[in-house]
Design a protein around this ligand. Sequence first.
Ligand code: PMV
Length: 310
Amino acid sequence: MNAATVTTSPSLALIKYWGKSDREKNLPATSSIAVTLDGLLTETTVARAQRDQVFINGVESPIDRFTAFFDHVRKTLKTDERFAVESEVNFPVAAGLASSSSGFAALALACGQLIDPSISKQTISEMARVGSASAARSVFGGFTILKKESAFAEPLNIDWPELHIIVAIVKPEAKSLSSRKAMELSRTTSPYYDAWLKQSDRLFDEAFIALKDKDLDALGPLMQQSYLAMFSTMLTSTPPTLYWEPETLKIIKTCESIRQEGLTVWETMDAGPQVKLACLKKDLNAVLIQIQEQHPDVKLLISRAGGEPH
Ligand code: PMV
């Protein structure tokens, strides 16, 4: 085989990973719970080549972002092979929509398929983590966890088809500061970083139970605390990181007012200005109508748990 093609979906954290316990190995400092988003797709083809090269939507990416990943892949798969990569992504890249999670997961899966198809999913998840910790989760579809200091993610056997995610794209352009740099600033300069680590342990434990119970009324407030506590470390970094746009806050406020009307919808955010809203299928249309009416310029993508790599 000279080439392998894999399609993956991004991993949206409901309880966030933010900060590394080991920078060299790229191990997470907090435990995260996530859902892989169906319908948002990264299709990646990896071929044997003379040198490592990565094209995303036809544009060549600087290779230094991939060096540690490819070196780790070669070591794990016991090969000297070089890889030429072409990746097509059907949602905004580097804009806080976890494109690095689906990207490195697809890369790890395709390299595995090309060099050693018998390799375990756990080892693929470990390889993906070296590229981007959230990618360890994207190797699996559905709901997943990545425990703090852990080398690989684990799939959760939870079937919750009623849970839907609305992705509100406030600004599709790539962000100027990567999540990698922003979380390092949080770790090294925020006075709230230690409190964040402590809070994350509690949120993970409680959210894990709420997810197993498929209880969005219990899970939602924990999701909200998680992303707001994560952002509190960014706001208190030196220099501060502010990914939010005015429209971001307006959507959060709309979400709050929809909740006050009695519908269950809870927002979360990642390292970018986009807002993701979690609601149940029975409320989806009512939530969509309000968001569309109040934010006519915001593009909405509708997703749910799924995104099994293929
Ligand atoms: O895996 P990275 O380096 O792209 O960082 C992901 C960080 C968040 O998306 C903000 C949270 C998460 O757990 O996915």
